[in-house]
Design a protein around this ligand. Structure first.
Ligand code: GLU
Length: 551
């Protein structure tokens, strides 16, 4: 009996590998086009790291005229959840990530290189495992879990490398005849790779991000087909990335130590290995200590967090690209209005030690991104957020649509748009004083800053509405009148004037504006007060100031 008989006994139905090589031909793509993939396990949780990987893959595929594939790695059947795929697809779609090929929901896919779900590729893996057995590069292993446990304990006690290799690989040298007999007797087994590597020898590898790395060769006889007939990650990686004609594997750097094994697998299967780019994890600064961002400790590790907070997905996208590539920030500074897709991403400009995730910075990026939105988009986005997370606020926006659009239009659209909104969940806080029914019902604690004498405040406000306020004034006239009011009450018309001779004045025009602003809004800082008055209208301005006078 020979290897071929053993292979036929184990995988009698498997097709010859030529069948698949023909079915999935080399792709006809322009020079330099990258075929990349995102390959998550559908565990019901999209991690920020997965989004980060997807953004990088997406950018590289678009930039090179390549292909971006979504492959679902569901060979660990214990960890699966229902609707896991659709959750991934939808989460990423929210961030404008659309795949060229791959799964589109739990059961359907698009593209000619599928199936794109590993559990549907069983016969393909078995064909390649059969080929390896025929070549003498894979074999059935009958070790029981107890046997493996004992082996491990011995290795640990002797302080030597753990694993199934060399002299420890008990079934590696079992004769074909003995193996066939065991199988015929119904003994359970799995299929292992027969490594030809030598731990003492080094391989040189060039990683697109990490640069040149030396590794010891692989010598582990890893499992390739498990007892349930499904492949392990390593084997599936080689078969899938080869047959999907992936030429650049971008993945998390937890896999970098598997490179020697993967290269050996590719070569023994007769495949050309892809290029690898191992991305460092996103890190957090935890009181001065750098650590990986964690699903357990950091709410922002879950992609769903950004939705709940109402941080727009284009802001998150831009921020992640920003931390992914060190030259993004200066590009953005030079090109504030350019489409993000025009940025030229370079994998070799990625951080090797892991970029730090900084929420303050993200919110800053978000403020900039939102400042470019039209008032209609702000209205729509805020409303759609509020419908999910704040029904009262949603109703307020819907009942007052025209008015709300005016509120969102304040200081927007010009060349210095307001930058006070970082997330949709902030909007209510930032604009609620504009709505008479909310503002007038609320007990306001007026804090007037510099001027705090009650009768002085009363005098300023009364004079303002009696003598100076006219809703029909243009902005210049309106402001001149506030200056007139300042002068009449003993304050300098200009800050400059006041600074020249502070003893001569009670204060300056800014102090007067603040009194009016606080009376009008209950706040010392607001967007442009002229625009606020225009949106509120005459009656509301007078009513608000009168109330402040009474207090
Ligand atoms: N399913 C693997 C993971 O989620 C994929 C790694 C890879 O991209 O090759 O870690």
């Amino acid at each position: 009996m020979n290897y071929k008989d053993l292979a036929d006994l184990i995988f009698p139905e498997a097709k010859p590998i030529e069948y698949y090589e023909e079915k999935y031909p080399e792709r006809d793509l322009p020079e330099g086009a990258k075929v990349v993939r995102f390959a998550p396990s559908p565990t019901g949780f999209v991690h920020i790291g997965g989004l980060y990987q997807s953004i990088i893959n997406n950018t590289i595929a678009r930039q090179t005229g390549g292909v971006f594939i979504l492959r679902i790695e569901d060979t660990d059947q214990k960890r699966l959840i229902e609707n896991g795929v659709i959750q991934i697809v939808n989460s990423l779609k929210d961030f404008n990530i659309n795949f060229d090929e791959g799964m589109i929901n739990d059961n359907e896919s698009k593209g000619d290189y599928g199936p794109y779900k590993q559990s549907d590729r069983k016969e393909i893996y078995q064909a390649y495992a059969k080929y390896l057995i025929e070549q003498g590069r894979a074999y059935p292993c009958f070790a029981t879990p107890e046997e493996l446990e004992q082996m491990r304990a011995k290795q640990e006690a002797a302080k030597i490398r753990t694993g199934y290799y060399g002299v420890w690989a008990k079934y590696r040298n079992l004769s074909v005849d003995d193996a066939i007999e065991k199988i015929k007797n119904g003994e359970p087994y799995i299929v292992r790779f027969r490594s030809m590597g030598n731990e003492e020898k080094k391989i040189k590898h060039h990683d697109v991000i990490k640069g040149n790395i030396d590794f010891p060769e692989n010598d582990q006889d890893i499992v390739i087909i498990k007892a349930d007939g499904l492949p392990t990650y390593h084997f599936a990686h080689a078969v899938d990335d080869h047959l999907m004609r992936v030429n650049l594997v971008i993945r998390a750097d937890e896999w970098v130590s598997s490179v020697p094994l993967h290269i050996e697998l590719f070569k023994s299967l007769g495949f050309k290995p892809p290029k690898y780019a191992h991305t460092a994890s996103i890190m957090k600064d935890d009181n001065g200590k750098k650590r990986k961002i964690s699903k357990r400790k950091d709410p922002e590790a879950a992609v769903s967090y950004y939705h709940e907070e109402g941080i727009p997905s284009d802001a998150v996208y831009e921020y992640l690209l920003n931390i992914a590539n060190s030259n993004f920030e200066s590009w953005r500074r030079g090109n504030p209005d350019k489409d993000i897709n025009e940025f030229k991403f370079e994998l070799n400009k990625m951080s090797v030690s892991g970029a730090i995730f900084d929420m303050v910075k993200l919110l800053d990026v978000s403020k900039n991104v939102i400042s470019k939105y039209s008032k209609e988009s702000i209205y729509d986005e805020t409303l759609s957020w509020a419908k999910r997370y704040d029904e009262d606020f949603a109703k307020l926006l819907e009942d007052n649509k025209e008015f709300s659009l005016k509120v969102f239009g304040i200081e927007r659209g010009g060349n210095k748009p307001r930058k006070d909104i970082a997330k949709w969940s902030d909007v209510k806080e930032s604009i609620e004083y504009m709505y008479d029914n909310l503002f007038m019902d609320k007990d306001i604690d007026y804090v007037y800053a510099k001027i705090d004498d009650k009768s002085e405040i009363k005098n300023i406000l009364s004079l303002y509405i009696e003598k100076y306020f006219d809703i029909n004034d243009d902005k210049q006239t309106w402001f001149d009148k506030i200056k007139d009011l300042a002068e009449e009450t003993g304050y300098a018309r200009e800050v400059k004037e006041y600074k020249k001779d502070p003893d001569n004045w009670k204060g300056h025009v800014g102090d007067i504006s603040t009194v009016i602003r606080v009376a009008l809004t209950g706040r010392q800082n607001t967007p442009d007060m002229y625009e606020i008055m225009q949106v509120l209208g005459e009656a509301s301005v007078i009513e608000r100031i009168k109330r402040a006078i009474e207090k």
